[in-house]
Structures are given as structure tokens and as C-alpha cells.
Design a protein around this ligand. Structure first.
Ligand code: TRP
Length: 371
């Protein structure tokens, strides 16, 4: 069995640096390495609607934003199938069959669903109420739908952030349950996390644990240089580092966390030749005598260097929005063909292939003595 890569994002906003170091950068590397049979990247609009049912316009607008972000980081539609979830209706049929294999109790134990229910305030206080009548059924069961997203192409490898680990575990359980109940049709996927630990959860510009739209602490891939500058210059550093002479802390200092995540070979040579590498810079900061503004300017240069080609590609694609939709349409058709094949195998295994099963008809005709 070859390697089949699949991953996706909810279209609830533009993609930001957290997405970039946590997953997007990795996807482009995987794409360019070419070591796979097939690679899919998709826009999870159905999943976005599970908690944005009343805001279809937001989801609709962000489908395009996310598609532009994909293309601008360098995903190449000639190598990767890019599609929209709702345009592959087979996924919903699979979800229905999978839902027979999952208990309510199992969904309630899914840690991601638990925290998200609290965050979104579907329930009132406390877990018991949180699982009560205020949670939309579609939201509660989205891990099952996510299993269909992964299984339709028999994905072996799912590059995502560590917050998705419970979803992958639930998917593997569904695969095992399906295969043992009906026969070996589906494939258990593996999660692929970023190898660089600091990239698994990039903090926000305010130093809070996570870069997140709802916290308003994001740098977006589509931010222009002035916006990025403003955000970097007001970034959280070490609150104890008051005067330049004071010793500073690099742990928990967002500027250094971002440098850890973004630095590449040659950055010091090009942008700050006084230092040879990040360790030297950190040592100086720890000793004291190095100001935050200088470090921020360096980070800004590094970030802009990474973002510049992304902005340029985005600008180009913005000139051809119908072309972007055409890519999504072709990708969705291709994904639907793959899903139809897997669904066919599933229906065979589940014995709901009535019209394709000549033996069934012959056997029952025999039983009733019909000709
Ligand atoms: N849940 C993912 C997120 O919030 C998006 C997603 C939906 C996904 N289906 C998927 C990711 C399947 C990987 C595989 O980002």
C-alpha cells in the first residue's frame, strides 16, 4: 500500500502563522518531496457549518480565503487535489454508516469536542449541561464526519496539529470497527505532527498559549507588511526586561519562540550579521544589553522574507478568482470519484449493494421458485 496524504481546514477565517508553521509549511514540503501516491487538501465547510449554522455567508466567503491561502503558500493543484467538503456528497453517506458504530458515550469522551463545547458556550456552566440539549447534533457528531473525510480516500497519513490527535484516534477506532464488522475495506490513518516542537502550538502575538482568531492575536498570511510590522512591534516579550541592560528571559518570550519557529539557514548572514546563530543571540539577550526593539526588527525581517513570496502568489491568484473556483471544482470532482469507489466497496461489505449482487437475486429467486 502506498502513502495517501490528506488534511484540511475549516473555512472560518483566513489562515495565520500558527497554521503555517503547524501544518501548511509541512504540506508544501510533503508535496515537493513527492513521496506519495496521492495527496488531498480540502476545505471543511460542512464542519465549519456545524457551529456556524447561522452564518453561512461567513463560511462561504472563507472558502475562497482558505483556497487563496493554500495556493499562496505554494500548494500546487497539479500535484495535490484541492477540494470542498460539501461538494463530495459521498462523505455524508459514509458518515451515516459510521455513526452506527459510535456510541454517544464515546463522543462525549472526545477531549476536543469537550473543550470546544465549553469554548463555544453551547451549554451553560459545567460539563453535564454542556452535553445537554443546547449542543447541535451535527456539532456533537462532527468527529464521525471527520472520520469520513479521512477514510474516503483511505488516507494513511494526516498532517495536522496536535489538537487533532483525539479526532485521529476516534477515526482509527471507527476504521477498526468497520473492518471487523463488515470486512477489511478501510485503512487506519497515522497522524503526522510537525517535527519541530515549537511549531506544534505557536503562541499568539500577546504571548497567550495559542494563536487564534477569537483571541485577536494572529498574524495572517495575507496581512500586508505594515500590519505585520505593527503586530511584531507590539509583541509580548519578557515583562521583567525593563531596561536594555537588564538580563532577559527567552523562555516564554514570544519573539524568541517565533524565531525558533521561523529561522532558516542564512537569516543571520542576511539580516543581522553581528550574530552567527540564534544561540548567540539568545545568550546576549539573557546576559543583558540587548533591546527588544532590535530583536523585533530582526524577527520582522525574517517573517517578511517568509511572507513575501506568499503575498506575491496571493496577489497573482487574486487576479484569477474564476480560475481558483475551477481548481476547486476539478478537485472536488476528482475527490468524489475516489469517494464513490470507496463507498462502493463499503456498500458491498455492508450487504447493501442490492442491484449489483446477481448472486443475491438468483438465490432469492431460487428460494421462492421464481424463474
Ligand atoms: N478539524 C480540522 C480543524 O479544525 C479540520 C478537518 C476536518 C480535518 N476534517 C479533517 C483535518 C480531516 C484533517 C483531516 O482544523
Amino acid at each position: 500500500m502506498g502513502k495517501i496524504i490528506l488534511t484540511g481546514d475549516r473555512p472560518t477565517g483566513r489562515l495565520h502563522l500558527g497554521h503555517y508553521v503547524g501544518s501548511l509549511r509541512n504540506r508544501v514540503l510533503l508535496q515537493d518531496a513527492g513521496d506519495f501516491d496521492r495527496m488531498f487538501v480540502f476545505i471543511a465547510d460542512v464542519q465549519a457549518l456545524t457551529d456556524n449554522a447561522d452564518n453561512p455567508e461567513k463560511v462561504r466567503q472563507n472558502v475562497l480565503e482558505v483556497a487563496l491561502d493554500y495556493l499562496s503558500v505554494g500548494l500546487d493543484p497539479s500535484k495535490v487535489t484541492i477540494f470542498i467538503q460539501s461538494m463530495v456528497p459521498q462523505l455524508h453517506e459514509m458518515t451515516q454508516y459510521f455513526s452506527n458504530l459510535v456510541t454517544v458515550a464515546r463522543l462525549q469522551r472526545n477531549p476536543t469536542v469537550k473543550t470546544e463545547i465549553k469554548m463555544r458556550g453551547f451549554g451553560e456552566e459545567g460539563q453535564e449541561q454542556a452535553f445537554g440539549s443546547g449542543v447541535p447534533v451535527g456539532f456533537f457528531t462532527y468527529p464521525i464526519s471527520q472520520a469520513a473525510d479521512i477514510c474516503f480516500c483511505k488516507a494513511t497519513t494526516v498532517p495536522v496539529g496536535e489538537d487533532q490527535e483525539p479526532m485521529l484516534e476516534q477515526c482509527r477506532e471507527i476504521v477498526r470497527s468497520f473492518n471487523s464488522t463488515y470486512g477489511e475495506v478501510l485503512v487506519e490513518p497515522e497522524i503526522l505532527l510537525p517535527s519541530n516542537l515549537c511549531c506544534r502550538r505557536l503562541p499568539g502575538t500577546d504571548g497567550k498559549a495559542k494563536m487564534s482568531k477569537s483571541l485577536g492575536n494572529c498574524i495572517y498570511l495575507s496581512d500586508d507588511p505594515a500590519e505585520v510590522k505593527k503586530k511584531v512591534m507590539s509583541m509580548f516579550t519578557d515583562p521583567g526586561h525593563l531596561r536594555i541592560e537588564d538580563p532577559g528571559k527567552v523562555e516564554g518570550n514570544t519573539v524568541f519562540t517565533y524565531l525558533d519557529a521561523f529561522i532558516e539557514e542564512g537569516d543571520f548572514e542576511r539580516f543581522w550579521p553581528e550574530y552567527r546563530n540564534l544561540d548567540e543571540l539568545k545568550d546576549h539577550y539573557r546576559r543583558g544589553g540587548l533591546g527588544d526593539v532590535k530583536c523585533k526588527k530582526f524577527l520582522l525581517a525574517v517573517l517578511n522574507d517568509r511572507l513575501e513570496p506568499i503575498r506575491a502568489r496571493r496577489h497573482q491568484w487574486e487576479q484569477d478568482i474564476p480560475g481558483v473556483y475551477e481548481i476547486l471544482r476539478k478537485g472536488s470532482e476528482a475527490a468524489a470519484a475516489v469517494a464513490a469507489q470507496t463507498l462502493h466497496e463499503m456498500r458491498d461489505a455492508m450487504k447493501i449493494n442490492y442491484f449489483d449482487d446477481a448472486a443475491l437475486i438468483a438465490e432469492q429467486a431460487e428460494k421462492y421458485g421464481s424463474r
